[in-house]
Design a protein around this ligand. Structure first.
Ligand code: FAD
Length: 479
């Protein structure tokens, strides 16, 4: 069957990949001139890549890891030491580490926490362990019920002090959803903590060895097109056309550069656009339906990504760093962490600015200045009076609406991939799947959409190998 997909982020591409595995023919329409959506990257005039966001992969990403294996590119992930490194604002330029020993889970996580004496006192460790215990032993069902609380509220209920929150969870919350613990739903932190503590390598991190567009999305494109699928860049969906019964009759593609609009017809249609883009495009006939009305509860959160090239090395650390600054979230020296960006003599810092609400409409110069001031605290020896490090160039990428903002109560608004419209499906990390707004969530959502279609429309000519691939994919998705 011909399946039209609007959106070539990871959800749209993963969906297209698994549809080809099931014997279907996807036609992917992407409004921009590059693949990847929130993982998209561009080359500047010097040939350097700049990205929408600093992206790390985790051991607890089974669907992403399987996808990379199926594409034959799992060696492109550069796994780092199993550790989490936090800046210490009270001692500028120093770090506190949680080192995970080579022990089974959850013992390795417990030892990592017990061994860290910079960020938590013994009484705080006991308080935290007691507080988190219900989430660990009562399972995901318990965790889902915590969606009515912000993480701060939930910690308070559990008797965990504000100091513990300050120390660790502001950094974790900002890295997971670009907002603070007094805004984020408890579900997000607890789901991540469970995944990280339950699997031995759950919190182990990897960096891709180059830009996601080139090293991840291009192989997906090759896989899809080699199997009869099609991907069209600069092909924005303008309108979802419907028949009198409300089913989709076609995708109207906006003609660019003076070209005529074009109607694309297919057997089935999928939106793999962000929830914000979908909401403005809902056909009038669907707007009264409860399923689509619920989407109003979801909205993308702003975030800003900066890349700064310096004239010297600022650090040798080959890992993600949690800044613990109120301005910034996580950052990394990509000249150490990423083979494709390696430079033995100069640093290229990639930093996430979050929460970005107050900064998203400011100029790039203002954003740069405030970030550089923050770097003086993170790298005091390199930005002192004498011979400070020189900024060679920079890029700022603002995303006013990125992943859905996971505030309390949002879980109930997240839609299933199957919609009430017979020939229309959704994919996207905001749709209901257990990995929240992440690359893993996007890949899983696309896979679940492909699975729903493969089950509803099994093809006589799909080879048993193709079906086995999707089935094994689905098993990983639901395990
Ligand atoms: C700064 C930043 C850092 C992040 N860090 C991490 C991380 O470390 N680890 C992690 O797992 N996740 C991270 N994420 C989240 C991750 O990038 C997203 O969850 C994931 O990429 C979302 O994929 P998606 O396909 O669901 O949506 P999107 O990537 O938003 O894809 C939607 C696509 O639809 C296209 N589109 C929109 N409108 C139209 C239209 N009218 N017609 C056609 N196409 C259209 C868009 O251009 C886009 O390509 C980060 C995100 C950001 C922004």
């Amino acid at each position: 069957m011909r399946v039209a997909i609007a959106g070539a982020g990871l959800a749209g591409l993963s969906c297209a990949k698994y549809l080809t595995d099931a014997g279907h023919t996807p036609i992917v329409l992407e409004s921009r001139d590059t693949l990847g959506g929130l993982v998209a990257a561009w080359k500047d005039a010097d040939g350097d890549w700049y990205e929408t966001g600093l992206h790390v992969f985790f051991g607890a990403y089974p669907n992403m890891l399987q996808l990379l294996k199926e594409l034959g590119i799992e060696d492109r992930l550069q796994w780092k030491q199993h550790t989490m490194i936090f800046n210490q604002p009270e001692k500028p330029g120093t770090y506190s580490r949680f080192d995970f020993p080579d022990l089974p889970a959850p013992l390795n996580g417990i030892v990592a926490i017990l061994r860290n004496n910079d960020m938590l006192t013994w009484s705080e460790k006991i308080q935290l362990a007691k507080g988190l215990l219900p989430a660990m032993i009562r399972g995901q069902q318990y965790v889902e019920k915590t969606d009515k609380y912000t993480f701060s509220e939930w910690l308070k209920h559990q008797g965990v002090s504000d100091e513990v929150q300050q120390d660790i969870f502001i950094a974790a919350s900002k890295s997971l959803n670009f907002i603070n613990p007094d805004e984020i739903s408890a579900v997000v932190l607890l789901t991540a903590l469970r995944a990280f503590l339950q699997e031995k390598n759950g919190s182990k991190m990897a960096f891709l060895d180059g830009s996601p567009t080139e090293r991840l999305c291009s192989p997906l494109e090759d896989y899809i097109t080699a199997r009869g699928g099609e991907i069209r860049l600069k092909a924005p969906l303008k309108e979802i056309l419907t028949d009198a019964d409300g089913t989709v009759s076609g995708f109207l593609i906006r003609g660019l550069d003076g070209a005529e609009d074009e109607v694309l017809t297919a057997d089935l249609y999928i939106s793999a656009m962000s929830v914000d883009c979908l909401k403005v495009m809902l056909p009038p006939a669907w707007k009264h339906m409860e399923y689509f009305q619920k989407l109003e509860g979801l909205e993308g959160v702003p975030v800003i990504n900066l890349q700064l090239w310096f004239d010297r090395k600022l650090t040798d650390i080959d890992q993600l760093l949690f800044s613990r600054s109120s301005l910034l979230s996580v950052y990394a020296d990509m000249s150490n962490t990423c083979r494709g960006y390696a430079d033995p003599n100069r640093s290229m810092l990639e930093l996430v600015l979050a929460p970005a609400q107050d900064w998203i409409s400011k100029s790039e110069t203002e954003i740069l200045q405030v970030t550089l001031a923050e770097l003086q605290k993170l790298f005091p020896t390199h930005f002192g009076e004498d011979n400070p490090a020189k900024l060679l160039k920079y890029h700022v990428v603002k995303t006013p609406r990125s992943v859905y903002k996971a505030t309390p109560g949002c879980q109930q608004w997240r839609p299933d991939q199957k919609t009430p419209i017979a020939n229309f499906y959704l994919a996207g990390s905001y749709t209901m799947q257990r990995f929240l707004g992440s690359m893993e969530g996007a890949v899983l959502s696309g896979k679940l959409t492909a699975q729903a279609i493969a089950v509803a429309y099994p093809l006589a000519n799909a080879s048993s190998l193709q079906m086995q691939t999707l089935q094994s994919a689905t098993n990983a998705a639901t395990a």
